[in-house]
Design a protein. Structure first.
Length: 331
């Protein structure tokens, strides 16, 4: 109390001295209450609502820009994954004189007795040598001995824009297979009707060499993208209504042993990228307007979903001899 009294007394005496000298103090009328903690006028409800509305408007304007930046970064990381896969494919080719098979096949009454896919063969070349040794290569991928390997998610095989595949599984009866986001190019044929169709680079038990890519590696698709989950629109491909993509291989259909399920590791160019009527054999990326592809020369390009179907299918053949003008196609 003494301190407050002294303060107020000092202020009054200062006022008296200044008034005696003729100094006008009206400019200080709003100053003293603020520096001495005197009560100030509160915000009205209308002012508060205006501030909230302005903040909401700014967020509405900024959110799309933030989402575009995030998607651009994810697409860049996805492209980096594809670049690394391209390097791994070339290193594999250098060691074995050929590219890895689309997937391995051996007959058994229960279905494909192997199934190991191209991405599983690349494991030593993507810093996953220990996992490669863990796989039982003489047993089917659906065998119990391969449970530990096939349920591991690998960042190199996951697109950052895909929010589903990083921690979920493709379910085959009671069996689980870690989801992935990249599929190798089977070509323009139908992998269900003829899994040995060799017009593309990867197919059942394929052993393609770079020298066999007569159309030129810069004109030939090697790897594309596919999400997991329900089809983009409500329809079915046979009994299938979901995209099913894994890295370990093609898993035989439990109810139809003759079905290799090649689509789990390969794609065909039956529909354009991200087509509404696409099915589990097509390229469907989590990116708007198109998908990213690894070409045989190691380059990665974004193909828009408006690309001509004939050009898209020509890019998926390795020795079709098609004349393609890529100047308005590649990004």
């Amino acid at each position: 109390m003494l301190s407050g009294a002294c303060t107020m007394s000092g202020r009054d005496s200062t006022h008296s001295v200044l008034r005696a000298t003729g100094v006008h103090l009206s400019w200080m009328s709003g100053f003293w209450p603020h520096i001495h903690g005197w009560p100030r006028r509160a915000f009205t409800l209308i002012e508060l609502l205006v501030v909230i509305a302005i903040i909401g408007l700014l967020m509405a304007l900024l959110l799309p820009a933030i989402q575009r930046v995030r998607e651009a970064m994810n697409r860049m990381r996805c492209g980096s994954n594809l670049h690394q896969i391209g390097i791994a494919l070339m290193n594999y080719h250098n060691d074995f004189g050929r590219l890895p098979p689309g997937y391995l096949y051996a007959y058994s009454p229960q279905g494909n007795a192997l199934g190991h896919g191209w991405a599983a063969h690349l494991l030593p070349y993507v810093e996953q040598d220990a996992l490669h040794r863990q796989i039982q290569w003489e047993a089917p991928i659906w065998d119990a001995s391969n449970v530990a390997a096939r349920t591991q998610h690998l960042r190199i095989y996951l697109c950052p824009s895909d929010g589903r595949s990083a921690n979920q599984f493709v379910q085959m009866g009671s069996e689980q297979y870690a989801m992935a986001c990249y599929v190798a190019s089977f070509g323009p044929g139908d992998m269900d009707d003829n899994p040995d169709d060799d017009r593309g680079v990867f197919f059942r038990n394929s052993k393609i060499r770079i020298e066999d890519v007569h159309d030129g590696t810069s004109n030939t698709l090697f790897v594309g993208e596919r999400i997991n989950g329900p089809f983009l629109t409500q329809h079915s491909h046979g009994v299938h209504v979901y995209y099913e993509t894994t890295w370990i291989g093609a898993v035989r259909d439990i109810t139809d042993p003759e079905d290799d399920h090649a689509h789990m590791v390969l794609f065909q160019t039956g529909h354009l990228p991200n087509a509404p009527d696409s099915d589990d054999r097509d390229v469907v990326a989590p990116h708007p307007q198109g998908a990213q592809f690894l070409f045989g020369d190691g380059s990665v390009h974004f193909l828009r979903q408006t690309i001509s179907l004939s050009v898209y299918q020509a890019l998926s053949t390795r020795a079709g001899g098609e004349a393609i003008n890529l100047s308005n196609v590649l990004q």
